[in-house]
Design a protein around this ligand. Structure first.
Ligand code: ATP
Ligand code: MG
Length: 239
């Protein structure tokens, strides 16, 4: 059998903030219908990688390919129209708008007109949000806002979802709920990249893993193999 085509491919990308070199020749692949954990400590470059994929941070060299097409330099809205959805680290909900409005603003069909996600089935999938429809998003807890940010991403019917530290700083009950949602999403066939510091959160959720440190890849493989690789986990992950 031939190797499957990756949905997303980073090929020796380099990214900078001003004069600071942040990502160094970073390469990895994400395959259709699979979930990849992008792991690394604080400041390792996880969010910068997500932003580079989404076109929020420019890359200076290397190539990003989506569905085999080079997408370097494409603007974030172009990437969104290609079926990629980012749930950013800072959530970026509209605090003065209601939950309902936050969701409606984001509604768009996916590629080839697919519209699996509607307001109604979002509220079915996110039971915590349902009773809050009319509430201003700024009045919600951090965990509720994280759920809203994920729900809003889904309203765009993405095929590839980038989740930037969805569990960070949240109460265990919300972390569990987010884990349940991600497992449910996987069942729909979407491709997912989760940036996380916490490998354990990703264990029952992702099959592939990449570990980065100071903007460089230090591990690429399955998360099961990573789990058993004490040299990498103790050196590069806070466990
Ligand atoms: N806007 C910015 N301007 C300059 N430097 C930045 C900027 N954003 C991030 N950095 C630096 O880039 C490096 C990588 O940061 P990044 O946010 O990608 O890490 P991260 O792995 O997402 O960390 P965390 O787990 O804390 O979210 C860090 O050294 C950080 O200080
Ligand atoms: Mg980050």
């Amino acid at each position: 059998m031939s190797t499957p085509q990756p949905v997303l491919e980073l090929d020796r990308i380099n990214a900078f903030y001003g004069a600071s070199h942040i990502l160094f020749d970073m390469s990895f692949q994400v395959y259709k219908g699979r979930t990849l954990a992008l792991l690394g400590r604080n400041g390792a470059g996880k969010s910068t990688t997500m932003k580079a994929i989404m076109g929020v941070v420019p890359i200076r060299s290397g190539e990003i390919r989506h569905e085999g097409r080079r997408v370097n330099g494409a603007a974030p809205h172009v990437m969104a129209h290609r079926g990629i959805g980012l749930v950013p680290e800072d959530r970026q909900i509209f605090p003065r708008h209601t939950v309902d409005d936050n969701l409606r603003i984001a509604a768009k069909p996916g590629l080839s007109g697919r519209a699996d996600w509607t307001l109604d089935n979002i509220y079915d999938a996110f039971p915590i949000l349902a009773p809050m429809r009319g509430r201003n998003a700024g009045m919600m807890s951090g965990g509720e806002q994280q759920l809203l940010s994920m729900a809003r991403c889904l309203m765009g019917n993405p095929d590839l979802i980038l989740l930037d530290e969805p569990s960070e700083g949240l109460a265990p009950i919300i972390v569990q709920e987010i884990g349940r949602l991600i497992r449910k999403l996987r069942g729909t066939g979407v491709t997912i990249v989760i940036a996380e510091q916490n490998m354990h959160f990703c264990l029952g959720i992702s099959e592939d893993a990449v570990v980065i440190d100071k903007g460089q890849i230090v591990y690429r493989g399955t998360i099961e193999d990573l789990r058993g690789n004490e040299e990498i986990t103790s050196r590069y992950l806070a466990i």
